[in-house]
Design a protein around this ligand. Structure first.
Ligand code: SF4
Ligand code: SF4
Ligand code: SF4
Length: 476
């Protein structure tokens, strides 16, 4: 481990060095396993990635000071002469409120609990031997106990039975979530053979891989941003969005008619009302330009990076199908399937894109004051205009998604990135009977029977799955 030696008996262990060492050990363990097995189980690796992130977070917050200094995590100090007397509290709950402020008490209680919730969920998934509540609790207690014991030699840390209790509460809550999902899947009408328990377990696990992977991706983003930016908001924000999307996929698998609409409302309303109107974050494209010009990697820039620029490389235009608050309203209109041929109006999106850029750039060039306030009002006015134009276009062209096809400036990012999307609908040519139903029902006029990336309107697919749902031959 890289350490900076200061004096004869003192060591400063940096956070970066610790995480690098942990990552190296983890990678070595995974590589050894892959070599032994001669294959990689990507689904298992996705769950293990979450476990890795969870342990990395536990290391970060258990061993290193929470507050950053000059944007850096402060090192862990080891001093041989200061090991004794050991700083240890074995009396439960008496020191729970011994903190400088109420905020610190909350941080301690919530942090110690929340940090271990993923362990309660992941342990029974990763290790099938941990099949009962008590085994998971015992495994969680062991992890917590190890972290408390490992803190003993460090004078800046203290081992506390309260931490152990709070950690266990987190594990129990996590196991509760796991058990609820498992119960849901075991009771599924579509779970297949019910008499063979092992087969049913394999079938249901396979069926629920997609929501688990989606949750894993969002939790990885949530935790990475929380740790790197030392702001727990990111954890709650991306966890909420990840859970909403995973729930939507789960409902879709269970053939719930309104699965996509439920996710749209959960995410769209949260972003529009909570983030936009209550928190005052402009998540429109103007907000993206604004944060970009100020050089701050916050709110809209993070949102664009995840949902609209790099995210589409994985989930294409999933944003447009499941999260956009503009489409959330437009999808309530009656013109779900376009009846007229597509118009050649796509060039308008480049105009709106440039106009939004010029608008924000001119505010900066003119040194206009109180930009945050202007951005807040730009968000409100912008949304009103989007809704008005979207509804008018939908009625004129008898097409709910006309705004998305011709006007939306965000598609300038979305279209090229989603060309390379990992997640896309493909057609099994052997099953397809060329009935044309999929194309006729597609709200975005995608020729989904063509598997090439250059298929007609291929970068417009919003993954709504209407084609999959309606294909008479289950070819999609
Ligand atoms: S194209 Fe634009 S308006 Fe339409 S769903 Fe996507 S981001 Fe929303
Ligand atoms: S609906 Fe199914 S069978 Fe019909 S053209 Fe599309 S993929 Fe082929
Ligand atoms: S109907 Fe199919 S091809 Fe069309 S947008 Fe929805 S998922 Fe994509």
């Amino acid at each position: 481990m890289l350490c900076l030696r200061k004096g004869g008996n003192m060591l400063e262990i940096s956070f970066l060095a610790t995480e690098l060492a942990f990552s190296a050990i983890w990678l070595f363990a995974r590589l050894s396993k892959w070599k032994r097995q001669q294959r990689i189980d990507w689904k298992q690796e996705a769950v293990l990635l979450l476990m890795y992130v969870n342990l990395a977070v536990i290391i970060r917050f258990v061993f290193f000071p929470r507050d950053l200094v000059d944007g850096h995590v402060q090192p862990l100090v080891f001093e041989a002469t200061a090991i004794f007397p050991l700083r240890i509290n074995l009396v439960p709950l008496v020191h729970l409120f011994d903190y400088d402020s109420f905020r610190d008490v909350i941080w301690n209680v919530v942090g110690n609990t929340v940090m271990f919730i993923p362990s309660g969920i992941l342990l029974p998934i990763v290790y099938r031997q941990l099949s009962s509540f008590w085994k998971v609790v015992a495994a969680g207690a062991l992890i917590s106990l190890c972290t408390e014991i490992l803190q003993l030699p460090f004078p800046s840390r203290a081992s506390d039975i309260d931490d152990l209790i709070l950690n266990m509460l987190g594990v129990v809550a996590g196991y509760g979530i796991y058990a609820a999902f498992k119960n849901l899947s075991d009771n599924s009408r579509f779970a297949g053979i019910k008499t063979n328990k092992n087969l049913m377990r394999d079938t249901t696990l396979k069926k629920y891989t997609a929501p688990i992977i989606m949750l894993a991706v969002f939790e990885t983003i949530a935790v990475t941003l929380w740790v790197t930016k030392d702001n727990i908001f990111y954890f709650f924000n991306f966890s909420y969005i990840g859970c909403s999307i995973a729930l939507g996929i789960l409902l879709f698998i269970r053939k719930h008619k309104y699965a996509r609409r439920i996710v749209q409302l959960l995410v769209g309303l949260y972003m529009l009302i909570y983030l936009g109107l209550i928190c005052g974050e402009n998540m429109q494209i103007e907000g993206f330009w604004y944060y970009l010009f100020t050089g701050v990697f916050e709110a809209a820039t993070i949102h664009y990076a995840v949902a609209k620029i790099f995210g589409p490389l994985i989930f294409g235009r999933g944003w447009c199908g499941y999260a956009c608050w503009t489409a959330m309203v437009l999808d309530f209109l009656p013109y779900k399937v376009p009846v007229q041929p597509r118009k050649k109006l796509g060039w308008i999106r480049y105009v709106t894109f440039v106009v939004s850029l010029i608008f924000v750039a001119s505010l900066f060039l003119a040194h206009v004051g109180n930009l945050e306030r202007i951005m807040f009002w730009a968000f409100i006015v912008g949304n009103v205009v989007y809704y008005a134009v979207g509804i008018i276009l939908a009625c004129v062209y008898k097409d709910n998604r006309a705004f998305c096809k011709y006007i939306c400036p965000v598609t300038v990012f979305l279209k090229p990135m989603s060309y390379y999307a990992l997640v896309r609908v493909t057609c099994d040519k052997e099953k397809c009977v060329s009935c044309g139903k999929c194309k006729s029902i597609c709200p975005m006029n995608v020729d989904v029977t063509d598997n090439s990336r250059k298929r007609e309107n291929g970068t417009e697919c919003i993954l709504c799955m209407e084609c999959v749902r309606n294909c008479p031959k289950s070819a999609l």
